[in-house]
Design a protein around this ligand. Structure first.
Ligand SMILES: [Zn+2]
Length: 200
């Protein structure tokens, strides 16, 4: 989970975001299903994915998996869920949208907690909140962080399932493969993990 700099809101959301939001608020309240609307004959998600993908160098915003579309379908995550009982008013809000892998989506579903860490916030820094266990391949809350920050890290790990299934093993596999000095970090998954291992 790397800090990312939010790009400027794309024009389809500026032009039609409010209308689409009103439509979705009504439809979701009536139990209707979610569908991305169309903008100038193109599905909106297909217009937004490249922008969100660039914003995090093609990595999942939460597990830092890479490259999506090969290891996992590319999805758009609504950080605050768009369901009718939650935040339907944020379904088309630019800074609520993140590039995300299917695995993170599957773990999180419609869950939300105010403690969740959001990677485009100004003060987000991975090492402030997390450490790695390089034997188990797991992400853990930083033991020297303030209790409230430890809680935020725990919730983020739990809700996105960052240590679930084969994810720790996959981190270790990537680490053991190593990288040559001239191989860009942005071309590897789990950049924080690799970087921290190289520094240790
Ligand atoms: Zn992910």
């Amino acid at each position: 989970m790397r800090k990312q700099i939010r790009g400027k809101c794309p024009s389809p959301l500026i032009e039609k975001g409010e209308t689409w939001t009103t439509t979705w608020e009504k439809r979701s309240a009536e139990g209707g299903n979610w569908n991305w609307p169309t903008f100038e004959k193109e599905k909106l998600n297909l217009l937004l994915v490249p922008l969100l993908r660039d914003q995090n160098q093609n990595h999942c915003s939460f597990c830092d998996g890479y490259p999506l579309a090969v290891t996992s379908p590319e999805t758009i995550e609504h950080f605050r869920p768009k369901g009718s009982e939650l935040f339907p008013e944020l379904a088309f809000t630019w800074d609520n949208l993140f590039y995300c892998c299917q695995e993170c989506q599957t773990h999180k579903r419609e869950t939300f907690d105010e403690a969740l860490l959001k990677p485009d916030t100004d003060d987000f820094k991975f090492s402030k909140y997390f450490i790695f266990d390089f034997t188990a391949g797991e992400i853990l809350p930083n033991p020297v962080a303030a209790d409230s920050d430890k809680n935020r890290a725990s919730k983020t790990i739990e809700i996105y399932g960052l240590n679930k299934g084969s994810r720790p093993l996959h981190r270790l596999q990537e680490l053991r493969r190593g990288r040559s000095a001239d191989f860009p970090l942005d071309h590897l998954p789990y950049r924080d993990f690799i970087e921290a291992a190289e520094a240790s």
